[in-house]
Write a new protein. Structure first.
Length: 93
């Protein structure tokens, strides 16, 4: 991971993500990030849930950044890296 990518990941991790608490029919406790469907935390305790969610969110965001995919951010915040990518892929007329 480049220093620029690491900095962008750090910035993205600090955004006010929408966290949804769920309990499965089997009784498993989950935390999900509404904007990033692949970010799911599982655990027995609140600490385990939060740690697992944070790791999952970091992995999901890292994948978005690695592949250059648009990142759905909370509250219509726009990722500067996504903006740079969009500008770089525009073709002159």
């Amino acid at each position: 991971m480049t220093p620029e990518t690491a900095q962008e990941l750090h910035r993205l991790m600090a955004l006010p993500w929408t966290i949804v608490r769920e309990t499965t029919p089997e009784g498993d406790r989950l935390l999900r990030v509404r904007e990033i469907p692949s970010a799911v935390g599982h655990g027995e305790t609140d600490d385990e849930l939060e740690r697992d969610l944070r790791e999952s969110l970091a992995a999901s965001l890292s994948a978005y950044l690695h592949f250059g995919d648009p990142i759905p951010t909370p509250g219509e915040a726009v990722s500067p890296a996504a903006t740079r990518r969009r500008r770089a892929t525009r073709h002159p007329r």
